[in-house]
Design a protein around this ligand. Structure first.
Ligand SMILES: [Zn+2]
Length: 168
């Protein structure tokens, strides 16, 4: 699997769960109805439909519908449509990156204080207001060194930026 395939796979797994990935891979190979998918995966038809709608919501699946001449009902044939996947993954990655950058800014913007019992972490301003006493357990709030968090965030941001510049 290439890097981007791995990313797509992880994304699908997050989005759909394990059974969902199975469905995605089946309709990636052949058009299928929800009933056929339920039979093939032994999943409940409602769960199958949920997966299909989720894929459809994310523009990762499309359907063709045909009216059944005897019943008059529509039959939906689903297939996977991965054309948009790289775009979607880029969106996800971008929003993840900006969340990390916000978080980093937040970590850099203050000193932090932590309750001795680990209840909560407070910024300097908050801790000052609480007179350095934990509002939950009344224990003393102590200076919390966030250099490790900061360097982890910086590493993660650098990794994502590297990957983006490679794929651009
Ligand atoms: Zn506490």
């Amino acid at each position: 699997m290439s890097d981007i395939d791995t990313l797509i796979f992880e994304f699908l797994e997050d989005l759909l769960g394990e059974g969902g990935v199975e469905i995605a891979s089946i309709i990636g190979m052949k058009e299928s109805t929800a009933e056929e998918l339920a039979e093939e995966t032994s999943m409940k038809i409602n769960d199958v439909r949920k997966v299909l709608y989720k894929l459809y919501d994310h523009r990762l699946a499309s359907y063709r519908r045909i009216r059944d001449k005897t019943t008059g009902w529509y039959i939906y044939y689903w297939k996977l449509d991965m054309e948009k996947a790289p775009e979607i993954i880029q969106d996800i990655e971008n929003s993840y990156l900006s969340r990390l950058e916000e978080r980093l800014e937040h970590e850099n913007s203050s000193m932090y204080f932590l309750c001795k019992n680990n209840c909560m972490r407070y910024s300097f301003e908050e801790a000052q207001e609480l007179q350095f006493k934990c509002p939950q357990c009344e224990e003393q709030l102590e200076y919390f060194d966030n250099t490790k968090i900061i360097s982890r965030l910086e590493d993660e941001i650098a990794t994502i930026k590297d990957r983006k510049s490679l794929s651009a």
